[in-house]
Design a protein around this ligand. Sequence first.
Ligand code: NAP
Length: 289
Amino acid sequence: MKFPIVGTTQLLGVIGDPIGHTLSPVIHNRALAALGLDYVYLPFAVKPADMAVAIAGLGALNVQGFNVTIPHKQSVIAHLGEITPLAAQVGAVNTVWPTEKGWAGTNTDVQGFLAPLRSLSQSWQETQVMILGYGGAARAVVAACDQLGCQGMTIAGRNPEKLAAFGQSWPQLKAPLKTILWEHLTPNLSEAALVVNTTPIGMAPHGDQSPLSQEQLAQLASTAIVYDLIYKPRPTRLLAHAHAQGLHTIDGLEMLIHQGAIALEQWIGQPPDITVMINAAQEFLGLNC
Ligand code: NAP
């Protein structure tokens, strides 16, 4: 955000319900200020019943782009003129921009998730992935691991019906995907080279919890990577135990920042400074660096 806001200031924003928890204004306004751009990024609380009028209103107000968060990531698709093949595969949109034909949408969570993995510059062809949970974030993780070229994926979940529905919702994956019930997790861990927690287990204020026990972590190979999408507390109990065991760990902060940075580049046509965005998030969340 550049001060002062003047008559030429362009609008960006995020829609969600509730919206009070969002970090997006913090990271985007800091990145826009660092670039010296005449934009402001605002939070918009939009009830599900008001989606059509809200999206038409964003267009009428000449908003230059917006993010979409819970609970609108799926339902927004019906209000867009086009979505990318990636967003169609994930079944969710988190980034929208105006085109001559109306609004277009994509999903930047996938590339956000991949950013810290790609920086490891290793081959993923022989990587078996264990994904804990089958919610919205798990959908982005499956699409991402398929894009990465992983050998196969296993999804662990606690509800048999939801698990089966998730497993059947991927007609075009390159990598085989299997589903297992949570209670069958332990014997499947030894083959996992990448474990991803997409459940909220361990998220503040329940930082004393972990989706895997220390005994379960001990089943993993010493070269395994443990990736927790949660970014507060930092580290989570899961990552603290994995790190103590000598495993490579990744938390959710980089994913959060990179999905935002990709969205911002889509809107303003230039890459923002990732470090500026990370610092803004860490300051706001009171995280350890
Ligand atoms: P979601 O759609 O509500 O999905 C949560 C999943 O966790 C569901 O599959 C749920 O299963 C499962 N789960 C919850 N409690 C469980 C338990 N005790 N045991 C087993 N499974 C359990 O949420 P989401 O949007 O995917 O987000 C999930 C997490 O990822 C949150 O912590 C969120 O903050 C984080 N996230 C981080 C980023 C990032 O940028 N770093 C981005 C997106 C999400 P049931 O349906 O059976 O309850």
